[in-house]
Write a protein that binds this ligand. Structure first.
Ligand SMILES: Cc1ncc(COP(=O)(O)O)c(C=O)c1O
Length: 376
């Protein structure tokens, strides 16, 4: 059996190696390492894949969130609502910009922002909402956008984990996640569904005025060369990464369907087990399965992780400490916020290997070992 990994970017690369190598060599020969042709080409192609007017590439998904928040002109002390149950990047940039993170709980089935917690968290200082499409499935965007409209708030979708996911409106229309909020962001971290061979990220909007601001902010606040109108930052996707991403974008749907096949195998193997809850499939979204995350109840989650490690099966806890309990947010007294679902999930979730290169032999081995431990 091939060794089991959480992600296998090497095998994935080998399948597209001639194309990728050629594109990388072309950039090296052109010496246009920064802002070369592939950067604009990739932005244009990604805009048309997603169905969004503007794609602004940048250095990583954390910068993308920062640039998005800077473009909204938020002031120190303004409150930004975000789930506690997410990767630290989402919440960290809020504090970095001297804004106040306000954590809300998640839905126990979807792992995404709980709409009733969101409504309760809105105050006169609230300026923006940052839903996170955790593990690859959408947050309830139609409801979130309606609440935002009612209270005149901005929405920034953190789509780092769900690029390629479809959101279905109640009237049957569909949109890609990352195109619904006012500004949206993603990450091209290598293990992501659309992963670069290094760091990368992007910001998206349909709003022409915001797009101009976002572009300026990502480029030292520059309106034309050496004229700097606002304080910005230096956040660029380099040409080599863009050239690679441009090739991988053509495979994104196929990568997502490979992930869905893995998820289906796991679902079937674990179905009906009273101690295992497999990922819930919301009716308003499909699932891009960036992660395959189980909820274990009445089972020793940490013991299972160790047992799997002993059997050379990696597994991960995303995330072992929720945002509101992180030391960096003590200044906001965040731990005093009541987040029962987040705390409950934090003790029970475990993510199994899922990627585009998994075979049945590996999946059979993983599921057999998981069940052996759970049923003992
Ligand atoms: C939900 C979420 N937001 C933001 C980020 C940050 O992206 P990056 O690592 O590219 O800065 C990540 C990446 O891990 C993420 O999972």
């Amino acid at each position: 059996m091939r060794p089991i990994q959480m992600v296998d970017t090497r095998t994935q690369y080998h399948k597209i190696k001639p194309e990728v190598d050629k594109a990388v060599i072309e950039v090296m020969e052109s010496t246009a390492f920064i802002n070369g042709k592939p950067v604009q080409e990739f932005a244009t192609n990604l805009s048309s894949y997603l169905g969004v007017k503007h794609t602004i590439p940048c250095a990583n998904g954390t910068d993308a969130l920062q640039i998005a928040m800077m473009a909204l002109g938020l002031k120190p002390g303004d409150e930004v609502i975000t789930p506690s149950f997410t990767y630290i990047a989402t919440t960290e940039v809020i504090a970095l910009l001297k804004l106040t993170p306000v954590f809300v709980d998640v839905d126990a089935r979807t792992f995404c922002m709980d709409v009733s917690s969101l409504e309760k968290a809105i105050t006169s200082k609230t300026k923006a909402i940052v839903p996170v499409h955790l593990y690859g499935q959408a947050s309830p965007m139609e409801e979130i956008m309606a609440i935002a409209k009612k209270h005149n708030l901005y929405v920034i979708e953190d789509n780092a984990q769900a690029i390629g996911c479809d959101y279905f409106y109640a009237d049957g229309t569909k949109k890609k996640t990352g195109t619904i909020g006012h500004i949206n962001t993603t990450s091209f971290y290598p293990s992501k569904n659309l992963g670069a061979f290094g760091d990368g990220g992007a910001v998206f909007t349909d709003d022409d005025e915001l797009a101009l601001k976002l572009k300026m902010i990502a480029n030292h606040g520059q309106s034309k060369q050496y004229y700097h109108d606002v304080v910005g930052c230096n956040s660029r996707l380099d040409s080599i990464q863009a050239a690679i991403l441009n090739i991988k974008l053509n495979h994104l749907d196929e990568y997502i369907s490979a992930r869905r096949k893995v998820a289906d195998f796991y679902d079937k193997a674990f179905s009906g087990n009273p101690k295992i809850t497999t990922p819930f499939r919301a009716a308003y979204s499909n699932h891009a399965f960036h992660q395959y995350t189980l909820i274990l109840d009445g089972a020793d989650r940490n013991g299972l992780k160790q047992f799997l490690a002993d059997n050379k099966i990696p597994a991960m806890l995303y995330y072992p400490v929720p945002g509101h309990r992180q030391k960096m947010f003590e200044q906001f007294n965040a731990a005093s916020q009541v987040m029962p679902v987040t705390d409950w999930l934090t003790e029970r979730v475990i993510s199994l290997p899922i990627h585009t290169e998994m075979d049945e032999e590996q999946l059979r081995f993983i599921t057999t070992r998981v069940l052996e431990f759970i049923n003992k």
